[in-house]
Write a protein of this length. Sequence first.
Length: 58
Amino acid sequence: MSDNDNTVKVDPDIETICCDGGQDELGHPAVYYTFDQSNKIICSYCSKTYIRNKNKQS
């Protein structure tokens, strides 16, 4: 689920995410990031922000 085009909320059980820019041919090379204790990742290519939800939603 996205709040806007540049922020993505992910399940709290997810530890590693992959970002490819999400724009087909206009994206960037796929990069993998692992969440640390801050629960927030910002892609160094496209600045997309991934936030790990603190509570699992049903």
